[in-house]
Design a protein around this ligand. Structure first.
Ligand code: SF4
Ligand code: SF4
Length: 448
């Protein structure tokens, strides 16, 4: 794609990066076929190619984003299916990230929407506040039923519709908090390794059992696990809202504490059980590339970061075959398959450890969770969830496995089939307890 940035514009490293990305696009349109919003809405401007044109115009002309541009960028799930499909290696992720920052900086959203985004950005990365807000939201759920439901699904939802979607996500009950930051779980038997485990934000409130399963499995296989003190939210939530100041501050704070832990106790890896977070931490090196102090350490932290299944693929697990014949529909989270290109490891681990694993048709399509997308774009998110659940139903699973809490909550909202994390199944297969099939937050009635 031909670009016309001025030399002055190209002196800005972000614009230089955007220029490189835009020039790689040959506008072939292959990406449109696998873009969930294009598949649903059929509008070129809701396809990757259409959005690339809109971003190019906005950056090249250096003008504030228009309402139309914001509408189509907001509808993008950042699922990155387009990056998997693109034959030219266009880095859409770095382009749309930059567009979101520009929108956040230069576009004035309506007051109610600004307030909602500010609340999400403030509450979600803080587990204590998130827990309190979930309890409040649970009390508010009866009110959600009174809020009007639009007759037809809208791709430009009202504030009330978004509030209703937010209340619908509140679980019926919350589990007790998991282990505290700073805890160290020694290896059982000879120590073969030492890892940090990302504590996460929403996941540690909704389903601490996921990291508990990871700790159980890892220590049972000789790996010491540390929950690093003063670790923060990875920054993914605010990064995807275009609030880069907050996201970069969190990235720097995490790089600092993980680097210190690696220097003091030694770390073979930083493990992540929430693939949405893993994708962003693996991008810290890029996000902080212009920061003289942090560029090098951030790149090292990114290189040290692994999805839990990526790490386990290099370890001999000891299956105990206690679970019998269980058919698993494996839901491949977008952040895992498109963001991190991890497609085979989770399925291979599950099948090697005794599960019957089924691929879900249209597995490249997002389930509609996408961070805060199911709150901000509830109608598109619901349509994607229903499509995902219909596809899952065709393989008649006993359970659904996924590697991302957002997908788990989203899918569980529309099916009675138990939804569990891949690590819970692997823990079970190697001597741990059977996953709780009615975990808080993961089976709930939906108000959508
Ligand atoms: S597939 Fe790649 S090169 Fe083709 S239009 Fe999409 S982003 Fe551009
Ligand atoms: S990230 Fe997903 S929703 Fe956004 S343009 Fe790419 S395929 Fe479409």
């Amino acid at each position: 794609m031909k670009t016309e940035f001025s030399l002055a514009q190209l002196a800005d490293p972000d614009i230089a990066e955007a220029d490189k990305i835009l020039r790689a696009c040959v506008h072939c349109g292959f990406c449109t076929a696998t873009c969930p919003t294009y598949v649903l809405l059929g509008d070129e401007l809701d396809s990757p190619r259409g959005r690339i044109y809109l971003i190019k115009e906005m950056l090249e002309k250096d003008r504030p984003p228009t309402k139309e541009v914001v509408k189509h960028i907001d509808r993008c799930l950042s699922c990155l299916a387009c990056m998997t499909t693109c034959p030219s290696g266009v880095n859409y992720m770095h382009l749309v990230d930059q567009a979101r920052v520009r929108i956040e900086r230069d576009y004035s959203r309506p007051l109610g929407e600004r307030a909602l985004r500010a609340v999400l950005a403030f509450v979600l990365p803080r587990p204590g506040l998130f827990r309190a807000s979930m309890i409040m939201a649970r009390l508010g759920r009866p009110l959600a039923g009174l809020l009007p439901t639009p007759k037809t699904a809208s791709a430009t939802p009202t504030l009330l519709r978004r509030i209703k979607a937010m209340l619908a996500l509140a679980p019926g009950s919350l589990p007790a908090p998991g282990p505290a930051a700073g805890s160290v779980f020694p290896a059982i038997g000879d120590r073969r390794g030492r890892v940090a485990l990302l504590q996460g934000c929403a996941q540690q409130v909704l389903a601490p059992r996921i990291n508990q399963a990871a700790i159980n499995l890892l220590t049972r296989h000789g790996i010491e696990v540390v929950l690093v003190r003063d670790e923060q939210c990875c920054g993914a939530l605010t990064h995807h809202l275009g609030q880069d100041g907050d996201a970069l501050a969190r990235a720097r704070a995490n790089v600092t504490v993980w680097q210190s832990e690696a220097e003091q106790g030694g770390l073979d890896a930083i493990l992540v059980t929430t693939s949405g977070c893993g994708t962003v931490i693996k991008d810290y090196g890029f996000m902080l590339r212009e920061d003289r102090e942090f560029a090098g350490p951030a790149a090292r932290i990114s290189a040290l970061t692994k999805d839990i299944t990526e790490y386990l693929a290099g370890i001999d697990l000891h299956p105990s075959s206690q679970q019998g014949d269980v058919t698993i529909a494996y839901h491949s989270a977008c952040s895992l398959q498109h963001g991190q290109k991890i497609t085979h490891a989770p399925k291979e681990l599950l099948s090697k450890n005794g599960f019957v694993v089924k691929d879900v048709p249209e597995s490249h399509l997002c389930c509609g969770s996408a961070g805060t997308y199911n709150i901000l774009q509830p109608d598109i998110a619901s349509r994607l969830r229903d499509r995902k659940i219909a596809n899952i139903a065709t393989v008649k699973p006993d359970m659904i496995a996924a590697g991302n809490i957002g997908c788990m909550v989203q899918i569980a909202g529309g099916t009675s089939v138990p939804v569990v994390h891949t690590i819970e199944l692997l823990d079970w297969a190697t001597g741990g307890p059977k996953p709780e099939l009615k975990g808080p937050g993961l089976t709930r009635p939906t108000l959508n």
